[in-house]
Design a protein around this ligand. Structure first.
Ligand code: NAD
Length: 266
Protein backbone atom coordinates (compact mmCIF):
# COMPACT_ATOMS: atom_id res chain seq x y z
CA UNK A 1 0.00 0.00 0.00
CA UNK A 2 1.44 3.38 -1.06
CA UNK A 3 0.50 6.57 0.73
CA UNK A 4 0.04 9.29 -1.87
CA UNK A 5 -0.36 13.05 -1.79
CA UNK A 6 -1.63 15.20 -4.65
CA UNK A 7 -0.60 18.81 -5.35
CA UNK A 8 -3.03 20.88 -7.43
CA UNK A 9 -5.89 18.58 -6.42
CA UNK A 10 -8.71 20.87 -7.53
CA UNK A 11 -7.39 21.14 -11.09
CA UNK A 12 -8.55 19.12 -14.09
CA UNK A 13 -5.75 16.58 -13.60
CA UNK A 14 -5.57 16.66 -9.79
CA UNK A 15 -9.27 15.90 -9.36
CA UNK A 16 -9.07 12.88 -11.70
CA UNK A 17 -5.98 11.59 -9.89
CA UNK A 18 -7.90 11.81 -6.62
CA UNK A 19 -10.84 9.95 -8.21
CA UNK A 20 -8.76 7.13 -9.75
CA UNK A 21 -6.50 6.83 -6.70
CA UNK A 22 -9.56 6.29 -4.49
CA UNK A 23 -10.54 3.28 -6.66
CA UNK A 24 -7.05 1.77 -6.45
CA UNK A 25 -6.57 -0.80 -3.69
CA UNK A 26 -2.77 -0.29 -3.73
CA UNK A 27 -3.09 3.42 -2.92
CA UNK A 28 -4.14 5.39 0.11
CA UNK A 29 -4.66 9.09 -0.44
CA UNK A 30 -3.31 10.92 2.61
CA UNK A 31 -2.99 14.55 1.48
CA UNK A 32 -4.78 16.76 -1.05
CA UNK A 33 -3.04 20.10 -1.59
CA UNK A 34 -4.23 23.29 -3.23
CA UNK A 35 -2.97 26.89 -3.41
CA UNK A 36 -3.73 29.08 -0.43
CA UNK A 37 -6.92 31.07 -0.90
CA UNK A 38 -8.58 28.37 -3.02
CA UNK A 39 -12.34 28.24 -2.27
CA UNK A 40 -12.27 24.44 -1.75
CA UNK A 41 -9.72 24.50 1.11
CA UNK A 42 -11.08 22.67 4.16
CA UNK A 43 -13.57 20.59 2.11
CA UNK A 44 -13.32 16.80 1.84
CA UNK A 45 -11.38 15.82 -1.30
CA UNK A 46 -14.30 13.55 -2.22
CA UNK A 47 -16.34 16.67 -2.99
CA UNK A 48 -14.16 17.50 -6.01
CA UNK A 49 -13.35 13.97 -7.16
CA UNK A 50 -16.92 12.65 -6.80
CA UNK A 51 -15.88 9.71 -4.61
CA UNK A 52 -17.86 10.49 -1.48
CA UNK A 53 -16.43 11.24 1.94
CA UNK A 54 -12.78 10.22 2.17
CA UNK A 55 -11.83 11.82 5.48
CA UNK A 56 -9.03 13.74 3.69
CA UNK A 57 -9.45 17.52 3.70
CA UNK A 58 -8.05 19.81 1.02
CA UNK A 59 -5.23 21.82 2.59
CA UNK A 60 -2.56 24.27 1.47
CA UNK A 61 0.31 22.64 3.37
CA UNK A 62 1.69 19.13 3.67
CA UNK A 63 1.54 18.04 7.29
CA UNK A 64 1.42 14.23 6.99
CA UNK A 65 3.92 11.72 5.62
CA UNK A 66 3.40 10.20 2.18
CA UNK A 67 5.48 7.75 0.13
CA UNK A 68 4.95 9.69 -3.06
CA UNK A 69 3.42 12.98 -4.22
CA UNK A 70 1.88 13.58 -7.64
CA UNK A 71 2.03 17.18 -8.84
CA UNK A 72 -0.10 18.74 -11.58
CA UNK A 73 -0.14 22.41 -10.63
CA UNK A 74 2.01 25.32 -11.89
CA UNK A 75 5.79 25.48 -12.50
CA UNK A 76 6.41 27.63 -9.38
CA UNK A 77 4.29 25.36 -7.20
CA UNK A 78 6.00 22.22 -8.56
CA UNK A 79 9.41 23.47 -7.47
CA UNK A 80 8.13 24.61 -4.06
CA UNK A 81 6.48 21.24 -3.36
CA UNK A 82 9.56 19.34 -4.63
CA UNK A 83 11.67 21.27 -2.12
CA UNK A 84 9.26 20.23 0.65
CA UNK A 85 9.27 16.60 -0.58
CA UNK A 86 13.08 16.56 -0.56
CA UNK A 87 13.06 17.63 3.09
CA UNK A 88 10.39 15.08 4.05
CA UNK A 89 11.86 12.23 1.98
CA UNK A 90 8.81 11.88 -0.30
CA UNK A 91 9.22 10.69 -3.90
CA UNK A 92 7.72 13.06 -6.48
CA UNK A 93 6.04 12.66 -9.88
CA UNK A 94 5.71 15.96 -11.74
CA UNK A 95 3.35 16.26 -14.69
CA UNK A 96 3.26 20.05 -14.69
CA UNK A 97 4.48 21.60 -17.95
CA UNK A 98 5.96 25.00 -18.79
CA UNK A 99 9.01 24.42 -16.57
CA UNK A 100 11.99 26.60 -17.50
CA UNK A 101 15.64 25.44 -17.61
CA UNK A 102 16.32 26.66 -14.04
CA UNK A 103 13.28 24.79 -12.75
CA UNK A 104 14.48 21.62 -14.51
CA UNK A 105 17.88 22.09 -12.84
CA UNK A 106 16.18 22.26 -9.44
CA UNK A 107 14.57 18.87 -10.06
CA UNK A 108 17.98 17.46 -10.99
CA UNK A 109 19.22 18.78 -7.65
CA UNK A 110 16.31 17.29 -5.66
CA UNK A 111 16.79 13.96 -7.44
CA UNK A 112 20.04 13.55 -5.50
CA UNK A 113 17.91 13.24 -2.36
CA UNK A 114 14.58 11.74 -3.47
CA UNK A 115 13.26 9.76 -6.46
CA UNK A 116 11.97 12.26 -9.06
CA UNK A 117 10.07 11.72 -12.28
CA UNK A 118 9.30 14.78 -14.39
CA UNK A 119 7.43 14.16 -17.63
CA UNK A 120 5.41 16.47 -19.88
CA UNK A 121 3.30 13.53 -20.99
CA UNK A 122 2.40 10.39 -19.05
CA UNK A 123 0.60 8.52 -21.84
CA UNK A 124 1.98 5.30 -23.31
CA UNK A 125 1.27 6.46 -26.86
CA UNK A 126 3.16 9.74 -26.58
CA UNK A 127 6.13 8.04 -24.93
CA UNK A 128 6.25 5.65 -27.88
CA UNK A 129 6.06 8.71 -30.14
CA UNK A 130 9.04 10.24 -28.27
CA UNK A 131 11.09 7.20 -29.32
CA UNK A 132 9.71 7.08 -32.84
CA UNK A 133 10.29 10.66 -33.99
CA UNK A 134 14.06 10.54 -33.53
CA UNK A 135 14.28 7.36 -35.59
CA UNK A 136 12.18 8.81 -38.41
CA UNK A 137 14.14 12.08 -38.33
CA UNK A 138 17.40 10.14 -38.71
CA UNK A 139 15.96 8.13 -41.59
CA UNK A 140 14.65 11.10 -43.61
CA UNK A 141 17.78 13.25 -42.99
CA UNK A 142 17.35 16.70 -44.56
CA UNK A 143 15.14 15.45 -47.40
CA UNK A 144 12.00 16.13 -45.34
CA UNK A 145 10.93 19.29 -43.51
CA UNK A 146 9.93 18.67 -39.89
CA UNK A 147 7.00 20.53 -38.32
CA UNK A 148 5.20 19.82 -35.05
CA UNK A 149 1.57 20.85 -34.58
CA UNK A 150 -0.13 20.58 -31.20
CA UNK A 151 -3.76 21.31 -30.29
CA UNK A 152 -5.06 21.77 -26.75
CA UNK A 153 -8.11 23.09 -24.94
CA UNK A 154 -8.65 26.83 -24.52
CA UNK A 155 -7.71 26.76 -20.80
CA UNK A 156 -4.13 25.59 -21.28
CA UNK A 157 -1.72 28.14 -19.84
CA UNK A 158 1.59 27.32 -21.53
CA UNK A 159 2.49 27.19 -25.23
CA UNK A 160 3.80 25.31 -27.01
CA UNK A 161 2.96 22.21 -25.02
CA UNK A 162 5.69 20.47 -23.01
CA UNK A 163 5.06 17.43 -25.21
CA UNK A 164 5.72 19.39 -28.44
CA UNK A 165 8.96 20.70 -26.92
CA UNK A 166 10.02 17.21 -25.85
CA UNK A 167 9.28 15.90 -29.38
CA UNK A 168 11.53 18.65 -30.79
CA UNK A 169 14.23 17.80 -28.23
CA UNK A 170 14.08 14.14 -29.25
CA UNK A 171 14.50 15.10 -32.93
CA UNK A 172 17.41 17.41 -32.05
CA UNK A 173 19.09 14.66 -29.99
CA UNK A 174 18.75 12.23 -32.89
CA UNK A 175 20.04 14.60 -35.58
CA UNK A 176 22.55 17.44 -35.87
CA UNK A 177 20.12 20.06 -34.61
CA UNK A 178 19.80 22.21 -31.48
CA UNK A 179 16.70 23.66 -29.86
CA UNK A 180 18.34 27.12 -29.72
CA UNK A 181 19.38 27.31 -33.39
CA UNK A 182 16.90 25.19 -35.28
CA UNK A 183 13.49 25.51 -33.63
CA UNK A 184 11.03 28.27 -34.63
CA UNK A 185 7.79 28.90 -32.77
CA UNK A 186 5.17 29.77 -35.42
CA UNK A 187 5.88 32.02 -38.43
CA UNK A 188 4.71 35.48 -39.36
CA UNK A 189 5.59 38.00 -42.09
CA UNK A 190 8.22 37.65 -44.82
CA UNK A 191 10.05 34.73 -43.30
CA UNK A 192 11.94 33.68 -46.44
CA UNK A 193 12.39 30.12 -47.58
CA UNK A 194 12.44 27.45 -44.98
CA UNK A 195 15.96 26.28 -43.95
CA UNK A 196 16.33 22.51 -44.32
CA UNK A 197 17.30 22.00 -40.69
CA UNK A 198 14.43 23.99 -39.23
CA UNK A 199 11.82 22.47 -36.91
CA UNK A 200 8.62 24.53 -36.75
CA UNK A 201 6.37 24.23 -33.69
CA UNK A 202 2.77 25.44 -33.89
CA UNK A 203 0.29 25.69 -31.02
CA UNK A 204 -3.46 25.60 -31.71
CA UNK A 205 -5.86 26.40 -28.83
CA UNK A 206 -9.39 25.17 -29.40
CA UNK A 207 -12.38 24.32 -27.23
CA UNK A 208 -12.00 21.20 -25.11
CA UNK A 209 -9.30 19.25 -27.00
CA UNK A 210 -7.49 17.06 -24.45
CA UNK A 211 -4.24 16.95 -26.46
CA UNK A 212 -3.30 16.23 -30.08
CA UNK A 213 0.25 16.14 -31.44
CA UNK A 214 1.24 15.66 -35.07
CA UNK A 215 4.79 15.50 -36.36
CA UNK A 216 4.86 16.23 -40.09
CA UNK A 217 7.81 15.07 -42.19
CA UNK A 218 7.20 16.73 -45.57
CA UNK A 219 9.10 16.39 -48.82
CA UNK A 220 8.46 17.17 -52.49
CA UNK A 221 5.59 14.96 -53.61
CA UNK A 222 4.93 13.18 -50.31
CA UNK A 223 4.76 13.51 -46.54
CA UNK A 224 4.64 11.35 -43.44
CA UNK A 225 2.43 12.44 -40.56
CA UNK A 226 2.57 10.76 -37.16
CA UNK A 227 -0.30 11.74 -34.91
CA UNK A 228 -1.18 11.03 -31.30
CA UNK A 229 -4.59 12.01 -29.94
CA UNK A 230 -5.49 11.74 -26.27
CA UNK A 231 -9.22 11.05 -25.92
CA UNK A 232 -9.38 11.52 -22.17
CA UNK A 233 -7.22 13.01 -19.39
CA UNK A 234 -7.49 9.65 -17.61
CA UNK A 235 -4.80 8.40 -20.02
CA UNK A 236 -2.33 10.79 -18.34
CA UNK A 237 -3.78 10.09 -14.90
CA UNK A 238 -3.23 6.33 -15.24
CA UNK A 239 0.33 6.99 -16.40
CA UNK A 240 0.98 9.29 -13.43
CA UNK A 241 -0.38 6.71 -10.97
CA UNK A 242 1.73 4.00 -12.57
CA UNK A 243 4.75 6.30 -12.31
CA UNK A 244 3.99 7.02 -8.64
CA UNK A 245 3.88 3.31 -7.78
CA UNK A 246 7.08 2.76 -9.79
CA UNK A 247 9.20 5.38 -8.02
CA UNK A 248 7.66 5.24 -4.52
CA UNK A 249 10.22 2.78 -3.16
CA UNK A 250 13.10 3.51 -5.54
CA UNK A 251 16.41 5.04 -4.45
CA UNK A 252 16.95 8.76 -5.13
CA UNK A 253 17.47 9.61 -8.79
CA UNK A 254 15.85 11.00 -11.91
CA UNK A 255 13.45 8.52 -13.54
CA UNK A 256 11.55 8.79 -16.82
CA UNK A 257 8.34 7.39 -18.29
CA UNK A 258 10.30 4.99 -20.53
CA UNK A 259 11.53 3.32 -17.30
CA UNK A 260 7.97 3.11 -15.98
CA UNK A 261 6.34 1.93 -19.19
CA UNK A 262 9.33 -0.23 -20.16
CA UNK A 263 9.42 1.23 -23.64
CA UNK A 264 12.44 -0.16 -25.44
CA UNK A 265 14.44 1.95 -27.92
CA UNK A 266 15.19 0.26 -31.21
P1 NAD B 1 -5.56 23.27 -13.90
O1 NAD B 1 -5.33 24.73 -14.07
O2 NAD B 1 -6.93 22.72 -14.10
O3 NAD B 1 -5.07 22.78 -12.44
C1 NAD B 1 -3.95 23.27 -11.79
C2 NAD B 1 -4.28 23.28 -10.31
O4 NAD B 1 -3.10 23.60 -9.58
C3 NAD B 1 -5.35 24.33 -9.97
O5 NAD B 1 -6.35 23.76 -9.16
C4 NAD B 1 -4.54 25.38 -9.21
O6 NAD B 1 -5.30 26.09 -8.23
C5 NAD B 1 -3.47 24.48 -8.56
N1 NAD B 1 -2.34 25.26 -8.06
C6 NAD B 1 -1.78 26.38 -8.59
N2 NAD B 1 -0.83 26.86 -7.76
C7 NAD B 1 -0.78 26.01 -6.70
C8 NAD B 1 -0.01 25.98 -5.52
N3 NAD B 1 0.90 26.93 -5.24
N4 NAD B 1 -0.21 24.96 -4.63
C9 NAD B 1 -1.13 24.00 -4.88
N5 NAD B 1 -1.93 24.01 -5.98
C10 NAD B 1 -1.74 24.99 -6.89
O7 NAD B 1 -4.53 22.57 -14.89
P2 NAD B 1 -4.53 21.04 -15.38
O8 NAD B 1 -5.22 20.94 -16.70
O9 NAD B 1 -4.92 20.14 -14.27
O10 NAD B 1 -2.97 20.87 -15.69
C11 NAD B 1 -2.01 21.06 -14.68
C12 NAD B 1 -0.62 20.96 -15.30
O11 NAD B 1 -0.42 19.63 -15.78
C13 NAD B 1 -0.40 21.87 -16.50
O12 NAD B 1 0.94 22.33 -16.48
C14 NAD B 1 -0.63 20.95 -17.69
O13 NAD B 1 0.02 21.38 -18.86
C15 NAD B 1 -0.03 19.68 -17.16
N6 NAD B 1 -0.50 18.44 -17.78
C16 NAD B 1 0.42 17.46 -17.91
C17 NAD B 1 0.06 16.22 -18.41
C18 NAD B 1 1.09 15.11 -18.44
O14 NAD B 1 0.77 13.99 -18.91
N7 NAD B 1 2.29 15.34 -17.93
C19 NAD B 1 -1.27 15.98 -18.81
C20 NAD B 1 -2.19 17.00 -18.66
C21 NAD B 1 -1.81 18.23 -18.12
Amino acid sequence: MFKIAINGVCGRMGARIAALASEDSELKLVAALERSGHPMLGKDVGSISGCGDTGVKITSSLTVHADVLIDFSSPESSVTIADICSKKNIAIVVGTTGLGPQQHEKFQYYSQVIPCLVSPNMSIGVNILFNLVGQVARMVENEFDIEIVETHHRFKKDAPSGTALRLAEKICEATERTMEQDVVYGRNGITGERPANQIGIHAVRSGDVVGDHTVVFGSLGERIEITHKAHTRDTFVRGAIRAAKFIAKKPPGMYCMSDVLQIRSY
